[in-house]
Design a protein around this ligand. Structure first.
Ligand code: TMP
Length: 206
């Protein structure tokens, strides 16, 4: 089973994933957590280029292609082989981030972006995608207060991040059978409990 977590900045995906992995392992599953962009030596190097605040002049098309390059590598090197032996792969972001950020955020042609995504993934789609939804200003404030990494993407305008969030909500509407929305603006423990419930339901459905 391939599970992806998505959400705007500061939505808390990264802090929740290790506990979800531990929970599933306790239940006897073999689970492999990964993140995008990153998760392989090559993809982590591409992540550094993408997130470096010094690369402020990066064009949206360059950005889009670099995310796809990082993705193609992790899909082939890590995700497909793990799924092939029956493991659960949980990814902190996947191609919906490209549709939301590079498509909706940068207002690029969505069909062209989808074409690139399909090329990068070879058509590999998650079984379950969870949107950790959160008001943009709350999320960005969280990142600053918790002294979390502040990268080139965070530095885009609030309007950009608002388009990203609206984009995610649009994606949920388009494919409600794949998505579950969890409100991230509640106590951490409550979010964690809801995530566990959603994943167990997803596993039972498979
Ligand atoms: P994060 O590891 O803090 O979530 O940072 C990843 C950043 O990269 C975040 O700002 C979202 C962005 N991103 C895209 O814009 N497009 C993508 O396809 C992916 C995977 C991430």
């Amino acid at each position: 089973m391939f599970i992806t977590l998505e959400g705007p900045e500061g939505s808390g995906k990264t802090s929740h994933i290790p506990y979800l992995v531990e929970y599933l392992r306790e239940k006897g599953h073999t689970v492999f957590p990964t993140r995008e962009p990153g998760g392989t030596t090559i993809s982590e190097q591409i992540r550094d280029i993408l997130h470096d605040l010094k690369n402020a002049e990066m064009h949206p098309r360059t950005e889009t292609l670099l995310y796809q390059a990082a993705r193609a590598q992790i899909v082939e090197q890590v995700i497909k082989p793990r799924l092939a032996v029956g493991e659960i792969v949980i990814s902190d972001r996947y191609y919906d981030s490209t549709i939301a950020y590079q498509g909706y955020g940068h207002q690029q042609d969505l069909e062209q972006v989808r074409g690139l995504v399909k090329y990068a993934t070879g058509g590999l789609t998650p079984d379950l995608t969870i949107l950790l939804d959160l008001d943009i200003e709350v999320g960005l404030k969280r990142k600053i207060q918790n002294e979390m990494e502040w990268n080139r993407m965070d530095a885009y305008t609030v309007e950009f991040h608002q388009r990203v969030r609206r984009g995610y909500l649009e994606l949920v509407k388009q494919e409600p059978q794949r998505w579950v929305v969890v409100n991230s603006d509640q106590k951490w423990d409550d979010v964690q409990a809801e995530l566990k419930e959603v994943i167990i339901k997803g596993l039972n459905k498979k």
